[in-house]
Design a protein around this ligand. Structure first.
Ligand SMILES: Cc1cc2nc3c(=O)[nH]c(=O)nc-3n(C[C@H](O)[C@H](O)[C@H](O)COP(=O)(O)OP(=O)(O)OC[C@H]3O[C@@H](n4cnc5c(N)ncnc54)[C@H](O)[C@@H]3O)c2cc1C
Ligand code: FES
Length: 303
């Protein structure tokens, strides 16, 4: 049930009446209810469960105007099936289309996995908070993902690698259960070739062809030397993963308000209206999905 009272009424106790009402959330809301008619212009099979979709807004002027910041998501509508929140996985500088990396999970995502080039879809957005990359300029940055977490991490990776001189040391750390589940493996060499980017990939279970390290992603942090007060971290993955990673980053001395994670909750409207995604009185669609780790551990039931 939605914990907030109807917003059109002032339901505060008389003793609270001298406190100003916090309308910040409402003020921050952008009225983006418009559905952009779009089409799938490319489908790339990444693994057994994930595909990368190139999605192009059909109207030229709307496509030109559409922009997003790394960490934001769209609501993707598959006509006849429904709408799902999906992180934008492409470079914010790419104006032609957006890329969405989508795992088969249920009704909508399975329908999408059957779709081909030319299929019509709708997108609303972009929604939500972003990773504060401008605050990280001049600092070192750790970009860490587990499993499907590389999907939301890919947009900040593009931003950082396209603006490499704005950051000090850049480390990309990625881990999955086994080599067959690695996403975007064709891109690691490309990122490695960028001046002074340290990329390390680890799997929990090797197969015969795997030559890299084996273990949990936290093991990769043993090979990283950082200046804790000059470093920011962006960590994307399942909550159990970012709990352990952020715990280890804390032990390395990185303050919790310098670590950023993306929280996933079931969403419906994406814009603070339906009360589907709240944790306490925090809406993950408008106050998040990107939060600093200090806020996350203070959110009841967030992880
Ligand atoms: C901000 C945000 C960004 C996301 N980005 C991506 C992305 O980049 N790529 C991607 O593949 N998925 C992403 N997701 C998850 C995606 O939205 C769900 O997998 C999708 O909504 C499932 O819809 P469905 O109709 O296919 O499955 P359903 O039939 O609705 O559900 C199938 C199963 O998936 C579970 N599920 C549904 N929604 C979620 C959710 N939000 N989180 C975890 N489990 C869920 C259900 O509990 C159920 O077990 C994101 C979610 C959020 C909130
Ligand atoms: S998804 Fe509707 S309020 Fe967040």
């Amino acid at each position: 049930m939605c914990p907030l009272p109807l917003r059109s009424y002032d339901v505060r106790l008389e003793s609270e009446m001298n406190q100003p009402l916090d309308f910040n959330r409402l003020l921050r809301l952008k009225p983006v209810a418009k559905v952009f008619k779009s089409e799938i212009t490319g489908v790339i099979r990444l693994t057994e469960m994930e595909k990368l979709f190139h999605i192009r807004i059909i109207d030229d002027a709307e496509r030109e105007r559409f922009s997003f910041l790394p960490g934001q998501f769209v609501m993707l509508e598959v006509p006849g099936y429904g709408e799902v929140p999906i992180s934008i996985s492409s470079s914010p500088s790419n104006k032609g289309y957006i890329e969405l990396c989508i795992r088969k999970a249920g009704t909508v995502t399975n329908a999408l996995h059957r779709a081909h080039r030319g299929a019509k879809v709708g997108i609303r957005g972009p929604f939500g908070t972003n990773f504060p990359l401008e605050r990280m300029e001049g600092q070192s940055i750790l970009l860490i993902a587990g499993g499907l977490g590389l999907a939301p991490l890919r947009a900040p990776i593009f931003h950082v690698t396209e603006n490499r001189s704005d950051f000090r040391d850049v480390h990309i750390l990625y881990g999955t259960k086994d080599p067959d589940q690695l996403l975007f493996d064709y891109q690691y060499e490309e990122w490695r070739r960028i001046d002074d980017v340290n990329i390390q990939v680890i799997v929990e279970q090797a197969n015969d062809s795997w030559k890299g390290p084996v273990g949990l992603i936290t093991k990769l942090l043993d090979n990283v030397t950082i200046d804790p007060n000059g470093t920011y971290a962006i960590v994307c993955g399942p909550p159990v993963m970012f709990k352990f990673v952020c715990g280890q980053l804390s032990q390395m001395g990185i303050p919790m308000d310098r670590m950023f994670v993306s929280l996933e909750r079931r969403m419906h409207c994406g814009m603070g209206k339906c009360c589907r995604c709240n944790v306490g009185d925090t809406y993950t669609c408008t106050d998040g999905p990107v939060f600093d780790y200090w806020s996350v551990i203070n959110l009841k039931e967030a992880i």
